[in-house]
Design a protein around this ligand. Structure first.
Ligand SMILES: *Cc1c(COP(=O)(O)O)cnc(C)c1O
Length: 471
């Protein structure tokens, strides 16, 4: 499989090339030249495979330049019970007739991002080793993404992580999760500012092309196409498990996905384009409803910082959705001129736009529907799901569940993707239910572990000097 940019650069690139890159040189995102296809006989063959074996099958369709035995080893050593807590890796539970919960959050940081990032860590180490290169990953986090990246890259040869976080502003659990890591290749930099300061520093360092090249600076953001590929697997796994009672492989299911940057649900779009029988992709947002507005009206309006709300499902608090361009590329019939025009339009080239009526009319053909929820909705959904189904869900999953219920159709199983465990967001759970959520055994008492981090001022130069003296 080769990859091209959404903005017109048609140079075909191999998987290992796009693995280590973020944006394409023309500013677009990498997409497969064409989607591989799965049909009923493929699905029949895949039934009964373990998650790791299924992952090998699916990921192989997207990778053209890693020897099969190496890819198999990297994939099967990533998706293990030891790392993901269960033999099924992504267990599927029935909440009520026709409504399922697919548990994607049993990895080391208790959120779905582990599924793609754990594999990315293994692939990075392998590819850097092949090329005799090293990579210094620079990132900013308000808690979730940074910890998933650190747990994926810890102890990996050739990789060093510099993660900026706002000093004293994360929850005690999040601080403990990141700052207790003792691996010498992980550097936690606690910046004396807010998350936006951290992000601005990362941007400033990345814009210094000379420094960036000299110090081999890279990122692990959600636009990485390899993350997308890893996420396609759990859509296939969820489909196979939800239809296992009556395995007629033409049967359709729907997925509901708590969404922020459009990374998770974009993998669902890819799975559907491949031919997986997905009826609807139900996109759920919180009060930050950029994507709900887009799918309801055809208008994509990037929000300002001041318009971005801090909510109780914080990993969905986004002002723009960096993966949406991949969907719009397909929606426009893979018209890269049109895609580039849309995403570089608007005030300051921010990429706010309105689809043409005929483009908007086609959205339904791609199965997308959407909805939003509020803090009150989340609280009610968490309480109600605990009472009626005996299952505790986190605030993000609650957003997905609310919008899923509004879009149930008779005879079509609905699979809600659980994106984090309640233990990660205990204050909101206590507010909803009056009880502390249970924490996985491995993370009990984590706040008592010794921590290791370096406090730095809000100063680009100070961060550059720290990096220069630690690579
Ligand atoms: C990242 C994240 C999301 C949003 O996923 P996108 O891929 O950005 O749409 C939702 N829930 C949780 C818990 C997350 O960590």
């Amino acid at each position: 499989m080769k990859y091209v940019s959404t903005r017109g650069d048609r140079t075909p690139r191999r998987f290992s090339e796009i693995l280590l890159e973020g944006l394409a040189p023309d500013g677009g995102l990498y997409v497969p030249v064409e989607y591989p296809t799965v049909d009923a006989s493929t699905l029949r063959r895949w039934r009964g495979l373990s998650y790791a074996e299924l992952a090998v099958e699916v990921i192989t369709l997207f990778v053209d330049d890693v020897p099969p035995e190496d890819l198999r080893r990297l994939v099967t050593s990533t998706y293990t019970e030891e790392v993901f807590g269960t033999r099924e890796i992504v267990p599927l539970d029935r909440l009520e007739p026709g409504l399922f919960l697919e548990h994607l959050s049993n990895g080391p940081t208790l959120a779905f991002k582990d599924i793609a990032l754990q594999l990315l860590g293994a692939l990075f180490e392998y590819e850097l080793g092949r090329r005799g290169r090293t990579l210094n990953i620079l990132g900013a986090t308000s808690g979730d993404t940074g910890s998933a990246a650190e747990y994926a890259m810890r102890g990996k040869r050739g990789i060093t992580v510099f993660m900026l976080s706002p000093h004293g502003r994360m929850s005690p659990f999040q601080q403990a999760q990141m700052y207790s890591l003792a691996d010498p290749n992980i550097h936690n930099l606690a910046v004396e500012g807010v998350f936006d300061d951290c992000q601005d520093i990362v941007k400033a360092v990345s814009n210094d092309l000379e420094f960036k090249a000299l110090r081999n600076i890279g990122t692990v953001n959600s636009i990485n196409a390899a993350r997308l590929v890893a996420q396609v697997v759990y859509y296939v796994a969820g489909y196979l498990r939800a239809t296992d009672d009556a395995p007629d492989d033409g049967r359709e299911v729907s997925f509901a996905v708590p969404s922020g940057n459009f990374g998770n649900i974009c993998a669902g779009h890819v799975a559907r384009m491949m031919g997986l029988p997905i009826r609807r992709l139900v996109l759920a947002t919180n009060e930050n409803d950029v994507l709900d507005e887009f799918f309801r009206t055809g208008t994509y309006r990037v929000r300002t910082g001041a318009e971005t709300h801090e909510t109780s499902s914080p990993s969905m608090d986004i002002s723009k959705a960096s993966n949406l361009e991949r969907f719009v590329f397909d929606l426009t019939g893979r018209d890269s001129d049109r895609t580039r025009a849309l995403f570089t339009a608007g005030a300051g080239g921010q990429g706010s736009f309105t689809l043409a009526p005929e483009e908007f009319a086609r959205i339904a053909e791609y199965g997308f529907v959407s909805g939003r929820s509020t803090h009150a909705d989340r609280m009610t959904t968490i309480r109600d799901t605990a009472d009626r189904c005996g299952t505790l869900v986190d605030t993000h999953t609650a957003d997905g569940l609310l919008v899923a219920r509004a879009n149930l159709e008779p005879g079509v199983p609905m699979i809600v993707l659980e994106t984090a465990l309640p233990a990660k967001f205990s204050a909101a759970i206590v507010e909803a239910t009056g009880r502390e959520p249970e924490r996985p055994a491995a993370l009990r008492g984590i706040e008592d572990l010794p921590t290791r981090f370096t406090v730095l001022p809000v100063d680009v130069q100070a961060v550059k000097e720290y990096i220069a003296s630690h690579v």
